[in-house]
Design a protein around this ligand. Structure first.
Ligand SMILES: [Zn+2]
Length: 235
């Protein structure tokens, strides 16, 4: 079984907050956990994050993690005209590629119009990780594209469910398992006025949960790989 752990680097709980506590506090603990567990991850970062926190991104690249694109400002591509979508991809790619080669993309909110897939190819992307197996429209056939698609397997909040419930979800997943988390989940947002799925069991509890998820898959002899590795060796 292959497991791809991915992380979306962005402002806190978009579109509700415009702070960056995840980037300033949460990501450090996450990187320590990944180093201790010897698990490589793929970090999809916005262009805004690349310009605000270039040293954090350089650090995670130096630690062997992969960098991917997550749009520039975290606006939903479903609300952008073609020229705006092109500008979001162009600007973010330029900022991110100063730090590392970037060939994987995930759209904010896992929403990316099929009509814009050629834009990704034009900007040098080979992999699109914007789809979600657990969304209804994932059942729709995709248009032909040279891009490799790597859909997310479960919503990020599922990883924070109490252990018995979480196991029910995780035991049903087929390889390649694509998990995703956000650095703001590792900041205690439980007292914030936010949607429940943005705040429940956030902070050190979420970090413990992620540790348990990694142990769950290691106990099944899972192989943790980056998104590019997953596409080089399809499951
Ligand atoms: Zn996002």
């Amino acid at each position: 079984m292959k497991v791809l752990l991915t992380v979306d680097l962005e402002q806190d709980c978009p579109p509700y907050l415009d702070t960056f506590r995840g980037m300033e506090q949460g990501v450090h603990d996450l990187l320590t956990l990944l180093t201790d567990a010897a698990v490589p991850a793929t970090f999809f970062a916005t262009g805004v994050v690349a310009r605000r926190y270039p040293h954090t991104l350089a650090t995670l690249v130096a630690q062997g993690h992969e960098l991917g694109g997550h749009g520039d400002t975290h606006r939903s591509f479903t609300r952008l005209a073609a020229d705006q979508a092109n500008a979001e991809i162009a600007r973010s790619s330029e900022s991110l590629r100063r730090l590392a080669p970037v060939t994987a993309f995930r759209a904010p909110y896992l929403q990316f119009p099929d009509a814009y897939l050629p834009l990704l190819e034009q900007h040098g992307y080979r992999i699109d990780a914007s789809q979600a197996r657990y969304k209804l429209h994932a059942l729709r056939p995709s248009p032909p594209s040279r891009l490799q698609r790597l859909p997310a397997s479960v919503p990020s909040s599922v990883l924070r469910l109490p252990d018995p419930l979480r196991r029910l979800w995780l035991n049903r997943l087929a390889s390649p398992v694509v998990l995703f988390v956000h650095p703001w989940e590792f900041v205690d947002l439980r007292q914030e006025k936010l949607r429940l799925d943005c705040r429940f069991r956030t902070g050190s509890l979420a970090l413990e949960d992620l540790q348990h998820v990694i142990e769950h898959f290691k106990a099944k002899d899972a192989h943790f790989i980056t998104v590019s590795d997953g596409c080089r060796h399809p499951a």
